[in-house]
Ligand binder design. Structure first.
Ligand code: HEC
Length: 101
């Protein structure tokens, strides 16, 4: 019985930690977005013109995180590369945020 109680306590704690880690990433992602992406992709994910994906409309949301990471890192057509400016971790945070827009 005791062992079971300890196990349940540990699993609950892990679940709480996992949720907090995710929330933290999203918050950091928002900061990155507001600093580096908002000028083109717009406030709340509505892009400033038709040639730029509006994440709030679901544009490009079919892409895998890894594909988005590549595009943000290396740039794509009119989008500048963020390699050197943002770490992969920051790019992953901002992708987590994009998915919430
Ligand atoms: C100078 C304007 C500009 C800025 C700043 C910008 N983007 Fe973009 N972004 C674009 C344009 C234009 C495209 C469409 C590229 C294409 O498919 O031709 C795009 C496409 C994308 C895509 C889809 C990539 C793909 O493979 O189709 C993602 C994801 C993205 N941007 C994320 C970001 C993030 C995150 C930031 C900030 C770190 C950012 N963008 C900053 C203009 C910009």
């Amino acid at each position: 019985m005791r062992v079971k109680a300890v196990l349940i306590a540990m699993v609950s704690l892990l679940a709480i930690l996992a949720v907090q880690a995710r929330a933290g990433d999203m918050q950091k992602g928002r900061e990155v977005y507001d600093m580096h992406c908002v000028t083109c992709h717009g406030m709340n994910g509505y892009a400033i013109d038709m040639t730029i994906p509006s994440f709030a409309n679901g544009d490009r949301m079919f892409l895998m995180d890894q594909e988005m990471l590549q595009s943000v890192r290396n740039g794509k057509n009119m989008m500048p590369a963020f390699r050197g400016l943002l770490s992969d971790e920051e790019i992953r945070d901002v992708i987590t945020y994009l998915r919430t827009l």
